[in-house]
Design a binder for this molecule. Structure first.
Ligand SMILES: Cc1cc2nc3c(=O)[nH]c(=O)nc-3n(C[C@H](O)[C@H](O)[C@H](O)COP(=O)(O)OP(=O)(O)OC[C@H]3O[C@@H](n4cnc5c(N)ncnc54)[C@H](O)[C@@H]3O)c2cc1C
Length: 469
C-alpha cells in the first residue's frame, strides 16, 4: 500500500475512498479474464484508493498532487472496458468519473451538446430524445459506458456506417493534463489552425490525462426508418455486397453481416443455414426509399435474397442485450470472448478464414460478423463460446485465445483492434502493430506525462511511474 498522505486532502472529505468494497469494485472491469480473476478470488489489479471528483478543478487538484508525489492515476468511466483498460497493475488512485454527470449546454442551432465526461450514454441519449435530438452514437454498451470513456477508447456504435465513430462526432474536449493543467480545445465545426489537439486524446486510454468535458455533435431525430433482411449463400457474397454498397457511396445507417454460425443466433433459428445481412435506412422518406431500392438491388446482384424486415427488426429490439455472453461467463468454467479487428477489403475474407480456423480448437462455437463498413474495408467481430474445467482453466483458455487471435492479425497485417482498444488484453501486441508510429506515440507520452503517472503499463508504455524506476 502506497503512502497517500499527500493526496488525501486534494478532494473534499469523503471523496477519496480506501474502503475494501470500493477498491474491489474497481479491481475488475468487463474483460472476461477479469471476470475469471474475480471468480478465483484473485485481485492482481488492485488500486490503493478510489477518488470521485465532481468538477474539472477537483480533477486538476488531484492530478497535481498525484504528479508531485509520483502516485499512479487510472481514469475510470463505468468500467465497461472488455480489455482491462481501466485496471491498474501499479496500484495508486483510480479516478472514477461517474459522478461528473452534468449536461452543461445544448445548442439546437449548432447541433452540439457539452457534458461532463462521466455522463452515461443512455441517460444523455434519453435527455436528447426528449428534445427531439439524438447522439447517433450507439455502442452496445450505451447503458453502461460514459461519454469520456468513448473518447478515451475511440469507441464506435451500431450506426457507424452512416454516422461514423466517436472521432467523427467529437467537436471539443476539456482535459486535465497529468500535472494538473487544464486544456480546453477549440470549439468549432472545423478549423485549419495547426494540430487537431483533441485527436491526441482520442483512444489514449487514460495515458495522457483525464477528459472532464466533451462537446459532441447531435442530430435531429429522423422522421422515417425502414429495415431489411437479406440472405446470402456464403461469406464472400455478403462481403462483396457490403463493398459494393460503400463503393456506390450509399449509406444505410445499419449494415451488419453474419456468417452462417452467428446467423443462427441473429435469426433466433437453430436450423438456419444461410448467412444474413441486416440493413437500415432513415431520413427523408423519398431518399431513404430510393437508397433501400438501390442497396437491395446491389445485394441481389451479389447473390443476396431480400426477405423482409422481420430479422433486422428482431435484432434492433435486442441490440443492447449482452446476456448470452454474460450468462456463459457467470459459470466459473464458462469461456466467452469477443474480439474485434479490421482489415482492407482485399484482406478481410482471408483474415476471417484464418481467424475462424485458428480459434476453432479453443471454443465450441466461433461466431463472426462484419458490422462497421468503410469504402476501404470493414471490421470483423469474433465471438467465442466454450467451456473449461473451472475458472482457472477458463482464464488460461482466454489467454490462449487472445494470443492466437493477435498473432493471426499481425501475420496478416490486419489491425489488432477495431474499437474495444488495447487495455491489458492487447498490450503485448501494440509495438508490433504500430511499428515506427511508436516513436511519435512515446514522444507525446513523454512530453505530457514525463513522470508516467497516467495508467502506467498501457498502450506499450512503461509499467511503473518514473519515480519507481
Ligand atoms: C456489453 C458491452 C458492449 C460493448 N459494446 C461496445 C460497442 O458497441 N462499441 C465500443 O466501442 N465499445 C463497446 N464496448 C466496450 C466499452 O463499453 C467501451 O470501450 C467504452 O467506451 C468504455 O467506456 P467506460 O466509460 O465504461 O470506460 P472504462 O471502461 O471505465 O475505461 C476505458 C478506458 O478509458 C479510460 N477512461 C475512461 N474515462 C476516461 C476519461 N474521462 N478520461 C480519460 N480516460 C478515461 C480508462 O482509463 C480506460 O483506459 C462494450 C462493452 C460491453 C461490456
Amino acid at each position: 500500500m502506497r503512502d497517500l498522505t499527500e493526496i488525501l486532502g486534494a478532494l473534499p472529505a469523503g471523496r477519496i475512498s480506501l474502503g475494501e468494497g470500493c477498491i474491489a469494485a474497481h479491481s475488475y472491469d468487463a474483460w472476461p479474464v477479469a471476470v475469471k480473476w474475480r471468480q478465483q478470488g484473485k485481485q492482481p489489479c488492485r488500486p490503493d484508493a478510489v477518488a470521485r471528483p465532481r468538477t474539472t478543478e477537483e480533477v486538476a487538484a488531484l492530478l497535481g498532487a498525484c504528479n508531485a508525489a509520483g502516485i499512479p492515476v487510472t481514469p475510470w468511466g463505468l468500467g465497461s472496458s472488455v480489455v482491462g483498460a481501466p485496471l491498474t497493475e501499479a496500484g495508486g488512485v483510480v479516478v472514477d468519473l461517474s459522478e461528473m454527470t452534468d449536461t452543461l449546454a445544448v445548442s439546437e442551432d449548432d447541433l452540439v451538446v457539452t457534458v461532463q465526461a462521466g455522463k452515461r450514454g443512455d441517460v444523455l441519449e434519453g435527455e436528447l430524445n426528449a428534445m427531439g435530438f439524438t447522439l447517433n452514437h450507439s455502442p452496445q454498451s450505451l447503458d453502461r459506458s460514459t461519454v469520456g470513456g468513448w473518447v478515451a477508447t475511440r469507441a464506435t456504435g451500431q450506426l457507424s456506417s452512416l454516422y461514423g465513430g466517436i472521432e467523427d462526432q467529437l467537436i471539443a474536449i476539456r482535459v486535465v493534463l497529468p500535472d494538473g493543467r487544464i486544456v480546453q480545445t477549440r470549439r468549432t465545426p472545423r478549423a485549419a489552425i495547426g494540430l487537431d489537439t483533441k485527436s491526441v486524446f482520442i483512444g489514449s486510454e487514460g495515458t495522457l490525462g483525464i477528459v472532464t468535458e466533451v462537446t459532441t455533435r447531435i442530430f435531429p431525430l429522423k422522421p422515417w426508418r425502414r429495415l431489411e433482411t437479406v440472405e446470402f449463400g456464403d461469406v464472400d457474397a455478403g462481403l462483396a455486397a457490403m463493398r459494393a454498397i460503400t463503393r456506390a457511396g450509399l449509406k444505410p445507417f445499419l449494415v451488419r453481416f453474419y456468417d452462417v454460425d452467428e446467423a443462427r443466433h441473429a435469426m433466433r433459428d437453430p436450423g438456419y443455414e444461410r448467412c444474413v445481412m441486416f440493413l437500415g435506412f432513415e431520413g427523408i422518406r423519398l431518399l431513404a426509399e430510393a437508397e433501400h431500392a438501390l442497396v437491395t438491388d446491389l445485394c441481389v446482384e451479389c447473390g443476396g435474397r431480400p426477405v423482409g424486415s422481420a430479422g433486422a427488426e428482431g435484432w434492433m429490439g435486442r441490440r443492447y442485450d449482452f446476456s448470452a455472453i454474460e450468462n456463459v461467463l457467470a459459470d466459473p468454467g464458462g469461456v466467452a470472448e469477443t474480439i474485434e479487428v479490421s482489415d482492407f477489403w482485399s484482406g478481410i475474407g482471408g483474415t476471417y478464414l484464418a481467424l475462424k480456423a485458428a480459434l476453432a480448437p479453443f471454443a465450441d462455437e466461433v461466431l463472426c460478423h462484419f458490422s462497421h463498413v468503410y469504402a476501404q474495408g470493414t471490421s470483423l467481430y469474433v465471438i467465442l463460446i466454450g467451456r473449461a474445467a473451472d475458472a482457472a482453466a477458463a482464464e488460461v483458455r482466454l489467454r490462449e485465445i487472445w494470443d492466437t487471435a493477435m498473432r493471426v492479425c499481425l501475420e496478416r497485417g490486419a489491425a489488432i483492434s477495431h474499437h474495444h482498444g488495447v487495455g491489458l488484453a492487447r498490450r503485448g501486441f501494440v509495438e508490433r502493430d504500430q511499428g515506427s508510429a511508436m516513436i511519435v506515440n512515446r514522444a507525446v507520452k513523454q512530453a505530457l506525462d514525463p513522470n508516467n503517472i497516467m495508467n502506467p503499463g498501457k498502450l506499450g508504455y512503461a509499467a511503473r511511474p518514473a519515480s519507481e524506476d
